[in-house]
Design a protein around this ligand. Structure first.
Ligand code: HAS
Length: 580
């Protein structure tokens, strides 16, 4: 089955754009570890300031790269698994919205008008193009759900009343429904707080409310990044490792997706344990739900390991009774056929084991007090979003680049090696930054001119070994990315040798449980939305007691003085005028 040429072009652009942007994202990541190790001792490098670079790093890697690729992978899953054409007009509108949004935000960041980091916490305020750009990116990413995927999903179900939608489509569908729900609070924050302040329509903002709205989006979003990776782990990986590849349990995989739909939302306060103004009991409730949201990942760990075992043993019957010998048959690093991409999955899974454990430590109310806002936190998320998610996304980008252009993957050995260098680099980075975090090394701090500078009065010699190890690890990971890029560019420039397609290997199912309760998504969507509301109404009440537009004027990173005139100053002005 050949993809419609215009749709194929859009999907190709949705792969090329984020990978191209990631070059800047990764570059600024390497700059980060160099600043923090004191190798760069300045406030800026090559004309880009420290916080400008950190904003570019976070926004590109965590928000733009992920969102656009998630749409691309969703399109591919729907197109191939449901065998229904996608609508070119819908696809172009979605892509152009995402492109314009990205360009607007990029302009604000590259011109230094949005040094607000990827969490854009007020009272730091960016140029309005940054927020509007982010909003357009989000809107564009939602368009395919309503105008392409949902109609195709419903049509497929009408035509196949007794069949379950393939697990890949199920995962993408659940994920994008979650996306639509989770963006509501951040859209409210942007429309009613950040944009009005940034455009000078109001003079003050309530930062506690803004942060609470942000985190109501900010934790679910990590599962928006994760679930497409899980969908591909279930649908594709078993078939990549073995000719007889099968998903161990279809029911367990669907249950995992539904548990994410339920538990991803009532958890955001675990980012705000240390913040005043929110009732502790609700923080504790969110802590308990956070342990709940780890359960579907535990299920996935079991499902994936069992699928690997079943698939390998089906191909090598002599290993049927082996406990561990089958591990040796996983193609961890291979250039045979499509097996090079298995490296990305396996390296990612190993990284996520660590990411999961550190996440559960973060979630613990009291342990969080030790690690919050320290180097521990970047150590955690470079093994989750920077580990499993990034690696599967990179691997599948290259994989689909080859398919979409009808070209053989070039420099396969480098492509297969790249994720292992990424893993080694981030293992070093993770250990170093985790230890440093426990010792109190802060995150998001330019340590070059300060803690890592022997000439500074606040030089912290104790942190130097970890800071330097972090720089070594980050650089090795950067080299891993370069190897990936060599293969990606070489493939892009290679001559076409076969027919263009969007087909990919799909696993069969070993245990195909019926589980009718999981077939209809609507009741789960309603239940999860209600739980979200219940978990958030009291904390939102707490943080709005002092008003929506009050508490703090806006600031930027250039001056300690406010950039908007505080309300109190205006009232003072009025009093002055009336006295005169
Ligand atoms: Fe997290 C902070 C808690 C998962 C991303 N997290 C962050 C931040 C990011 C992030 C970006 O509770 C920083 C935000 C900021 O800038 O301030 N996180 C968790 C918990 C989980 C978790 C409980 N995080 C993720 C994922 C992310 C992500 C996934 C991105 C994709 N996180 C927190 C908390 C904070 C936090 C607090 C706030 C910290 C603070 O104070 O600021 C769980 O979902 C993790 C569950 C995962 C598992 C692992 C399952 C393992 C698998 C691999 C199996 C391996 C196999 C290989 C099968 C239980 C699936 C087998 C091999 C063979 C050979 C057989």
């Amino acid at each position: 089955m050949r993809p419609e040429s215009s749709v194929k072009t859009v999907i190709l652009l949705e792969i090329l754009l984020p990978v191209a942007l990631l070059i800047f994202g990764v570059y600024h990541g390497v700059m980060q570890v160099l600043y923090r190790a004191g190798i760069i001792k300045d406030m800026s490098f090559l004309g880009i300031e420290y916080y400008q670079g950190l904003t570019l790093h976070g926004v590109i890697n965590a928000i733009v790269f992920t969102t656009i690729l998630i749409v691309a992978f969703g399109n591919i899953m729907f197109w191939y698994l449901l065998k229904k054409p996608l609508r070119p007009a819908v696809q172009w509108v979605a892509f152009l919205l995402m492109l314009v949004g990205t360009l607007m935000a990029a302009w604000a960041m590259f011109t230094g008008k949005a040094n607000v980091l990827y969490t854009f916490y007020p009272p730091l305020i960016a140029h309005w193009t940054f927020y509007l750009g982010a909003a357009l990116l989000i809107i564009g990413s939602i368009v395919p759900l309503f105008f392409d995927w949902l109609p195709n999903y419903l049509a497929w179900k009408r035509e196949n009343p007794d069949k379950k939608v393939p697990i890949g489509v199920y995962g993408v569908m659940v994920n994008h429904i979650m996306w639509v729900i989770m963006v509501v609070p951040v859209v409210i924050e942007v429309l009613f707080q950040l944009l009005p302040l940034s455009m000078g329509l109001v003079a003050e903002i309530n930062p506690s409310l803004a942060r609470t709205l942000f985190w109501a989006f900010g934790h679910p979003v990590v599962y928006f990044w994760l679930l497409p990776a899980y969908a591909m782990l279930y649908q594709i990986l078993p078939r990549l490792v073995s000719e007889k590849g099968a998903l161990f349990s279809d029911g367990a995989a669907r249950l995992a997706f539904i548990l994410f739909l339920i538990f991803s939302f009532p958890v955001g306060l675990h980012h705000q344990y240390t913040e005043p103004g929110i009732t502790n009991s609700y923080k504790l409730i969110h802590a308990l739900f956070t342990f709940g949201v780890a359960v579907p990942s535990f299920i996935t760990a079991f499902s994936v390991a069992a699928s690997l075992e079943y698939s390998i043993k089906a191909q090598y019957p002599h290993l049927k009774d082996s406990l561990f010998a089958w591990w040796t048959k996983i193609p961890y690093i291979s250039t045979q056929g499509d097996k090079w991409v298995v490296s990305y999955y396996m390296a990612g899974l190993f990284m996520f084991l660590i990411g999961g454990i550190t996440g559960i430590i973060n979630a613990s109310y009291n342990l969080n007090l030790v690690v919050h806002n320290t180097a521990w936190v970047p150590a955690h998320f470079h093994t989750t979003v920077g580990g499993l998610v990034t690696l599967i996304f990179l691997g599948m980008s290259l994989f689909f680049l080859g398919r979409l252009t009808g070209k053989e993957i070039r420099a396969k050995a480098l492509a297969a090696l790249a994720p292992w260098l990424w893993l080694v680099g981030f293992a070093i980075f993770n250990i170093a930054y985790s230890i440093a975090g426990i010792e109190g090394m802060p995150r998001r701090t330019n340590m070059g001119p300060s803690y890592s500078n022997p000439d500074s009065p606040i030089f912290a010699a104790d942190w130097m070994p970890e800071a330097i190890a972090g720089a070594v690890g980050g650089t090795i990971a950067g080299i891993g990315f370069v190897l990936f890029l060599v293969s990606f560019v070489a493939t892009l420039l290679a001559p076409k040798t076969k027919e263009e397609t969007l087909e990919f290997p799909t696993a069969s199912t070993y245990h195909d449980e019926r589980m009718p309760a999981l077939q209809r998504l609507t009741p789960w969507v309603v239940f999860s939305s209600l739980l979200f509301l219940i978990a958030y109404i009291p904390p939102l009440y707490d943080v709005t007691k002092r008003g929506v537009f009050f508490d703090s004027p806006g600031y930027n990173d250039k001056s300690p003085l406010p950039i908007t005139k505080p309300q109190s100053a205006k009232e003072g002005d009025k009093k002055e005028v009336s006295k005169r």
